[in-house]
Design a protein around this ligand. Structure first.
Ligand SMILES: [Zn+2]
Length: 278
């Protein structure tokens, strides 16, 4: 562990003690200057120390949560397990046991940032288009509208976490709400579906894409490599894997939507070609 000096440790202990007694005073509704004092009856002192015990353990619990959050944030910004272990005064294996799942997070964050830097504006424009053309109100649209406002008000450093949630909400709207009948609205909705599909493909780890190996296009007897996954009403409302050619054909049907991309940018490129704009 990166050592704190004796003076720093003493200062930490003092601060924690003050915090604990502040909580005790609040809990027992005492005066600001009240505290353990030898001229108080044992019964009062006992109650104070028991409340102090409770509050110190609550502080420990909060500290553990904050430490886990710090480990996560450090990992997202490139800290590996040896570095986290070093900071926490434990071995690499110890850190991995205590906070599993932190490896590779910085890559994932980097992929997200890369995607948002390239497509974030287009995504936001598309969400706005969907919101202004939606022909019926649904709770999902309300959530998405709030999320868009949140993105605009959030500092760039925190924006990525909001983007994450916006993506989930946008996907739910694009794929989970009835397709609008008006052509402009339907286009905006289809574009949003394609954008979110590409975003997931760009952000997911390589293993997610590799797992799709061995899958073939599910149209007729086509054996071409699928590049997107479609929702087609004529396929019994299930999703099917489709090659580029069959995806473009299927998108001529108004109800078809792209729900996933198997390659970076595949959904957007298929959507554009299906709408004659390559
Ligand atoms: Zn095919």
């Amino acid at each position: 562990m990166r050592n704190l000096s004796d003076a720093q440790r003493a200062a930490v202990t003092t601060a924690i003690e003050q915090l604990a007694w502040t909580v005790v005073r609040e809990t027992l509704e005492l005066e600001p200057d009240d505290g353990p004092c030898s001229n108080l009856p044992d019964a009062d002192m006992r109650q104070m120390w028991l409340a102090a015990l409770t509050s110190l353990l609550a502080i420990r619990e909060s500290t553990e949560q904050l430490a886990a959050s710090a480990a996560l944030s450090a990992a997202q910004r490139g800290a590996d397990y040896p570095a986290i272990g070093d900071a926490a005064g434990m071995t690499r294996q110890g850190a991995r046991r205590k906070w599993p799942g932190l490896a590779g997070l910085s890559d994932e964050r980097q992929r997200k940032l890369t995607w948002w830097n390239r497509r974030g504006d287009q995504f936001a424009d598309c969400v706005r288009a969907v919101l202004t053309t939606a022909d019926l109100e649904s709770p999902r649209l309300t959530v998405l509208r709030e999320r868009l406002d949140e993105i605009e008000q959030t500092s760039p450093a925190q924006r990525i976490d909001v983007f994450d949630m916006a993506l989930v909400d946008a996907h739910a709207v694009a794929v989970g709400t009835p397709r609008p009948t008006e052509p402009t609205a339907a286009y905006a909705n289809g574009l949003l579906a394609a954008l979110t599909a590409d975003a997931y493909a760009a952000m997911n780890s390589h293993s997610f894409l590799v797992n799709r190996e061995g899958l073939a296009c599910e149209t007729d007897n086509c054996s071409s490599e699928p590049i997107v996954e479609l929702w087609r009403s004529d396929y019994g409302h299930r999703t099917i894997a489709a090659c580029r050619e069959h995806a473009i054909q299927a998108l001529a049907q108004p109800a078809t939507r792209i729900v996933a991309a198997y390659q970076p940018d595949a959904a957007l490129s298929v959507f554009a070609e299906a709408h004659g704009e390559d």
